[in-house]
Design a protein around this ligand. Structure first.
Ligand SMILES: [Zn+2]
Length: 700
């Protein structure tokens, strides 16, 4: 159950968005792993600036993305088991292949393992045991379905729902319940009740009327019916039930906020006491629900979307209990299909991966199992990863660069001609309060109460969910753990958390080709410097700027400064609204605004930090000879661009256009260059060329 943070965590790459869209344990697999694949004992080295990834025939002033990434796109077709392929996903797969070897060894060894190693080893071993999983068929569903069968009237719903929420940690069952920091007081953790209940990736999936969306809904309906058939219902019954589920989800979709609205923290902040909570949903006994969750004493709740809960209560009241049972059976089956026999797994894959994302082939088993260990025991696995792959020197170098980027932001704020001294002062206070978290947590998570048994894959998944649900709920009323991370160390991504007011860079993202100690400074400051700047700028994007130095949702802007800010942000909105994602679908630039602002701010800060580094080391400031035929300035920009090289499937792009707050890679590069005079100078671009914008945008 991780409902609360979804609106506020701002990460660099789209991977996180995909992970939250896919609420089930893993993209499915039943095809046997390719026999030639083996774990890696060390990381393959990919240089931080790779000239073979460029397309030197392209004109950098016409299409810089093609110039910097053309070779990469040509040399890296999307593997059959992926929805998209990027520099980030390729590195993530290298990390996985490395972790595979560690896990394989730990799964076979019986002796000499510490408690954490036992857990990740046995978890991985059970996950890999396809024969045992096949033999159990649909058995793991039975206890859940028995629970659901005890649902005789709406009176039983709170109890049953609480048990399912604990055991599945899934927002897809009507709503989500968890914990998060109070928007008004970041030192307090309170209970959060959030909208949920959907099977498709977004509320718009239910509401859009174009042909493609209709086609996907028809296929979704067929998939739900197929799942019921697999569960033993007759085809007629199955179709009727699928239609019921669809009707209920559509009703919930209509009552849900759009993703653009959800970027406004005020729209998600409705603090209520137990009485007001109860008043929202007459007929649903919150006492009974909370008691079953072990949270009977809670007094304060944030209901992220009150209108949703009102609609939910109305729906429960008007639909018969049989429909509710049907809905719950579907969502339990959807959630657990990847942990069941291959017929379920395959059916799940066919819709959620193939139809929705265009993925052609199941991932090999090992990959799915590494992903699951990372998801459920990520810090135990991360400990193994960090010990082998992240040196103290790397940590020190990353921290050095982070401080330089922060100093650059200090100067940048000082230099703004549109911001008043008072607002500048508070911006500086916020900047100074940001905590840098590099590599991995200081204190590792204790998985002590999570029992992992050899040979019991479905049981391990469930116990992992319960462990996580309880861990989240246990935070309520306790002091905030400022050392906690929301990403695991091997993750190839980074994030800013506005309530913690911290920037977080997992060890997985601080490796070649993203951060390459063997490379010259220019591409490193372009690439990793740009990433650090990106996360830092999130503290001051259209969403982040609404939180103060303490992480509280509190307006610290004068009216005039806020207006100046919004004018500058509107320039970005207009610019990105012109870009196409796929076919005739354009970027929803109000959804991507925060990321687009962070991208531009990040590049500017990376540039400034690089200038400082050169100035501090006179020998580096020499007009360096060309390297690979590129000047240092050119290497900075090519280095930046090469984090974003990617290939995408059209199906996946359609989902991303709806759900992903990040723009496609091409515009995360070209959309910035048109606004950077330093770029235009480095490549001697002329006014009127596509990479030169007449009216430049700049926020930070
Ligand atoms: Zn971001």
């Amino acid at each position: 159950m991780r409902p609360a943070r979804l609106a506020v965590l701002l990460s660099l790459a789209g991977a996180a968005a995909l992970a939250t869209a896919q609420t089930t344990p893993a993209p499915a697999a039943s095809a046997p792993a390719t026999t030639t694949e083996r774990p890696a004992t060390e990381f393959p080295y990919t240089p931080g600036l790779d000239t073979s990834s460029m397309d030197r025939n392209a004109d950098p002033c016409v299409d810089f993305y093609q110039y910097a990434c053309g070779g990469w796109m040509k040399n890296n077709p999307i593997p059959a088991d992926q929805a998209r392929w990027s520099v980030y996903s390729k590195l993530a797969q290298d990390n996985q292949r490395f972790l595979w070897g560690i896990l394989e060894d730990l799964s076979k060894r019986q002796e000499g393992r510490n408690a954490s190693q036992q857990k990740i080893g046995d978890y991985f071993g059970a996950c890999m045991d396809e024969r045992a999983i096949e033999a159990r068929g649909a058995d793991p569903l039975k206890p859940y379905f028995d629970q659901i069968a005890t649902l005789r009237s709406n009176k039983d719903l709170p109890r049953v729902l609480a048990r399912l929420h604990l055991a599945l940690a899934d927002q897809g069952l009507f709503f989500g319940f968890g914990s998060s920091q109070d928007f008004a007081d970041s030192t307090r953790v309170i209970a959060f009740a959030s909208a949920g209940g959907l099977g498709l990736p977004d509320r718009d999936s239910y509401l859009k009327t174009d042909e493609k969306s209709k086609e996907i809904r028809a296929k979704y309906l067929a998939h739900i019916a197929n799942t019921f058939t697999l569960l033993g219902d007759s085809p007629e019954q199955a179709q009727r039930q699928a239609a019921r589920v669809m009707a209920m989800e559509t009703e919930l979709a209509k009552a849900s906020l759009s993703r653009v609205d959800k970027r406004d923290p005020y729209k998600l902040f409705h603090k209520v006491d137990a009485r007001s909570l109860q008043a929202l949903t007459p007929g649903f006994d919150w006492h009974a629900y909370l008691d079953e969750m072990g949270q009977g004493k809670q007094k304060t709740f944030n209901v992220t979307e009150p209108a949703f809960f009102k609609a939910l209560a109305k729906m429960w009241k008007t639909s018969d209990i049989d429909a509710t049972r049907t809905y719950l059976r579907w969502h339990v089956a959807r959630n657990l299909s990847p942990a069941l026999a291959s017929r379920f797994d395959q059916e799940h894959f066919d819709f959620f991966s193939k139809t929705l994302r265009g993925i052609q082939q199941q991932q090999p088993r090992w990959k799915r199992c590494v992903t699951l260990v990372d998801r459920q025991l990520g810090e135990a696995l991360g400990q193994e990863f960090v010990g082998r792959a992240f040196s103290p020197e790397l940590k020190a170098k990353s921290l050095h660069m982070t401080r330089q980027v922060e100093e650059a932001m200090q100067k940048d704020i000082d230099s703004l001609d549109w911001m008043s001294p008072g607002t500048k002062k508070r911006a500086q206070e916020k900047l100074a309060a940001i905590v840098n978290k590099i590599g991995y947590p200081d204190k590792w998570r204790d998985y002590g109460t999570y029992v992992v048994k050899p040979g019991d894959f479905a049981g391990n998944v469930e116990r992992g969910n319960v462990f996580e649900s309880r861990r989240q709920l246990a935070k309520i009323g306790k002091p905030v753990d400022r050392g906690e991370w929301s990403m695991t160390p091997p993750t190839v991504n980074a994030y800013f958390d506005p309530q913690m007011n911290d920037i977080n860079f997992p060890a997985g993202v601080l490796q070649p080709p993203l951060f390459d100690p063997k490379m010259d400074d220019a591409p490193n400051y372009g690439n990793t410097g740009g990433t650090i700047g990106h996360e830092l700028t999130h503290a001051f994007d259209d969403e982040g700027r609404q939180f103060d130095a303490k992480g509280n949702l509190k307006d610290w802007w004068t009216k005039k400064d806020a207006k100046e800010y919004e004018e500058r942000a509107a320039c970005i909105v207009d610019q990105y609204a012109q870009y196409k994602v796929v076919d005739d679908i354009r970027i929803n630039s109000k959804l991507t605004l925060g990321e687009d602002i962070a991208d531009l701010g990040g590049l500017i800060l990376g540039w400034m930090a690089w200038q400082t580094e050169m100035a501090s080391m006179p020998q580096k400031a020499q007009p360096a000879a060309l390297r690979d035929g590129l000047t240092p300035e050119q290497r900075f920009f090519v280095g930046y661009a090469q984090w974003a090289c990617e290939n995408d499937r059209p199906e996946n792009l359609r989902v991303k256009a709806m759900t992903d707050p990040h723009s496609p890679g091409r515009y995360r590069v070209n959309g910035l260059m048109v606004n950077m005079p330093q770029f235009q100078q480095a490549f001697q671009c002329k006014p009127g060329q596509p990479m030169v914008k007449e009216k430049r945008c700049r926020v930070w």
